[in-house]
Design a binder for this molecule. Structure first.
Ligand code: GLN
Length: 207
């Protein structure tokens, strides 16, 4: 059973822990570097990305997070978590950093005041069984992506779900619906990464 952490310094942590449990993962709340070290994958929840960024720095999690992303740990970010995975924010608040890893520029609160929160049915590549109900709450959208980024879903012409290697991000919140297919996709990504990691290290040890 893959151990999947949820970044727990800020955001809708409990909902992600529950969604991961229903997807067959062993969820664990992550507030310090030692807890991150035990994880096979990580979810960064929705919340407020500036606060998350500042807390991650002050709790000494930012650099360990960047190091794990560089070494290939799967990470799934929702909404504020998507912003945390972006290499660049179009309009960062002062002092706002990201973990980075996905070659994209995101626009915070992109849908504007008239559209602060809404729901939309989205066809999501890699998620079988019909559209996913996208819950958007002061959501970002993806302004532009580099060549290595796969767009899994768009809304109104803007990418709202992307994947780059073992990194997955959605502008919306599947953890707030009873539908755990996106968490199941991520749990499968963590399993696959664990298997190839074990093969690689097995090769090193035996050979
Ligand atoms: N608007 C928030 C931010 O910029 C994200 C909102 C959310 O995660 N639901 O961080």
């Amino acid at each position: 059973t893959p151990v999947i952490g949820v970044f727990a310094l800020q955001g809708d942590v409990r909902e992600h822990l529950a969604a991961l449990r229903s997807s067959g993962a062993e969820p664990v709340a992550v507030r310090r570097p030692g807890e991150l070290a035990g994880c096979d994958g990580l979810v960064i929840p929705g919340g407020e990305s500036t606060t998350m960024s500042k807390l991650a720095v002050s709790f000494g999690l930012m650099e360990p997070l960047r190091a794990r992303v560089r070494s290939g740990m799967p990470v799934y970010g929702t909404c504020a978590g998507m912003i945390m995975l972006a290499d660049k924010i179009l309009d960062p608040r002062s002092g706002q950093e990201t973990v980075g890893g996905i070659d994209m520029i995101v626009r915070r609160n992109a849908f504007g005041r008239q559209n602060e929160s809404f729901e939309a049915a989205l066809d999501l590549a890699g998620v079988p069984g019909g559209p996913v109900e996208g819950v958007f709450i002061r959501a970002p959208w993806v302004e532009s992506t580099g060549a290595g980024v796969e767009v899994l879903a768009s809304y109104d012409g803007h990418p709202v779900a992307v994947r780059q290697g073992s990194l997955l991000a959605t502008a919306f919140h599947p953890e707030l619906t009873g539908d755990h297919r996106v968490h199941a996709l991520f749990t499968a990504m963590v399993r696959t990464a664990g298997e190839s990691g074990r093969e690689a290290s097995g090769g090193r040890i035996s050979g």
